[in-house]
Design a protein around this ligand. Structure first.
Ligand code: ZN
Length: 282
C-alpha cells in the first residue's frame, strides 16, 4: 500500500465560529491551522476564502491573502484551491483560483443537492472549467458526490481536457447526496480507472468511520472542519485534532503517512510546478 495522504478541508463555505469556535476564517487563522495540521501529518490543504464579515467569497484577492499567509508558515505543503459555487456562480470567478496556478484545485464534475441549495455544475460549465485546468496545467481533484460524476470525468479525459492519472475525492454523507456508507465507498473506489488515486471526505458523523475504511482499503483521507465540526464523542473538533486522530488510526493498523514530496509522487504532481503560485500572489 502507498503511504497515506492526509488532506485537510480547513474552512469551507458553511461553517461559522458560532457552529464551532475553532473554524479558521482569516488568512492568519487559516495559516496557523495549516502549520498545526502539517506538524500532525497533513500534506494537502483544500482552501476557501472568506470576506471581512466571514462570508464565503470568490474575491481572488482573498485567495491570494490566504496563499501568502500559508506559504509563509508552511512552504512545502500542497495547496488545493476551491472552485465551489456557494460563494458565487460566476464562471470566471470560480475559475480564477485555478489561474493562480496552485498545484491542485477542486473540480466537481456534476450537479447535486446540498442542504438548502442545488450545487450546480452544468455540462457547459464543466467543459469550460476543464479547459482552464488544461490551459494552466493545474491538477484537478475530482469531487465525486454521485457516481455519474466519475463518468463525466472520464468523458473529459477522453476529450483530452484532463489527463490521467486522475485523482478522485468521494464526498459521502452530505444530506441530499450519496450516503456515507462503506458499501458506497467500496463501489466508488472500484468504479474508477486503474492507476487513479482516491480519497474520501465523509461528511459529519461519516468522517472518521469512512477515513478509517479508506486507511485499510488503500485510499487516502480528507478531514477538516469544512466537512465535520465534531469529534465522535460530540465535542467540538479542531482541524489539527482531526488530523491527529487519523494519524493515530493509521499507525494502529500499520499504514505510514506520506510527506509532501511523497504525496506529490503518489498523485503524479510535477515538482517543478510546486511554486508557480508564488509568481501570481505578489
Ligand atoms: Zn470545499
Amino acid at each position: 500500500m502507498e503511504k497515506l495522504i492526509i488532506t485537510v478541508a480547513l474552512t469551507g463555505n458553511v461553517p461559522t465560529k458560532e457552529m464551532n469556535p475553532h473554524v479558521p476564517i482569516t488568512a492568519e487563522e487559516i495559516a496557523r491551522d495549516v502549520r498545526r495540521c502539517a506538524d500532525a501529518g497533513a500534506v494537502l490543504f483544500h482552501v476557501h476564502a472568506r470576506d471581512e464579515n466571514g462570508r464565503p467569497t470568490l474575491d481572488i484577492e482573498r485567495f491570494k491573502e490566504n496563499v501568502r499567509a500559508i506559504k509563509e508558515v508552511a512552504p512545502d505543503v500542497i495547496l488545493q484551491l476551491s472552485t465551489g459555487a456557494r460563494a458565487g456562480k460566476d464562471w470566471e470567478a470560480r475559475a480564477n483560483p485555478v489561474r493562480l496556478l496552485p498545484e491542485m484545485a477542486s473540480f466537481t464534475t456534476g450537479s447535486n443537492n446540498l442542504p438548502g441549495i442545488v450545487y450546480e455544475n452544468s455540462p457547459q460549465f464543466i467543459q469550460f472549467l476543464a479547459g482552464v485546468f488544461k490551459e494552466t496545467g493545474v491538477k484537478p481533484e475530482i469531487e465525486v458526490f454521485e457516481t455519474g460524476m466519475i463518468n463525466n470525468a472520464l468523458y473529459l479525459q477522453k476529450k483530452g481536457l484532463i489527463e490521467p492519472p486522475l485523482h478522485f475525492d468521494f464526498v459521502l454523507g452530505a444530506p441530499g447526496s450519496m450516503p456515507g456508507s462503506v458499501k458506497n465507498l467500496l463501489f466508488l473506489s472500484e468504479s474508477i480507472p486503474p492507476g487513479s488515486t482516491w480519497s474520501v471526505a465523509g461528511i459529519a458523523q461519516a468522517e472518521i468511520p469512512l477515513a478509517t475504511a479508506a486507511i485499510v482499503m488503500g485510499g487516502h483521507v480528507r478531514v477538516g472542519l469544512e466537512d465535520n465540526l465534531t469529534l465522535p464523542d460530540g465535542s467540538p473538533a479542531t482541524n489539527a485534532g482531526l488530523v491527529e486522530k487519523v494519524v493515530r488510526i493509521a499507525r494502529e493498523v500499520g499504514r505510514e503517512i506520506a510527506s509532501p514530496d511523497e504525496a506529490r509522487r503518489i498523485l503524479g504532481l510535477d515538482p517543478a510546478k510546486k511554486d508557480r503560485i508564488l509568481s501570481r500572489i505578489d
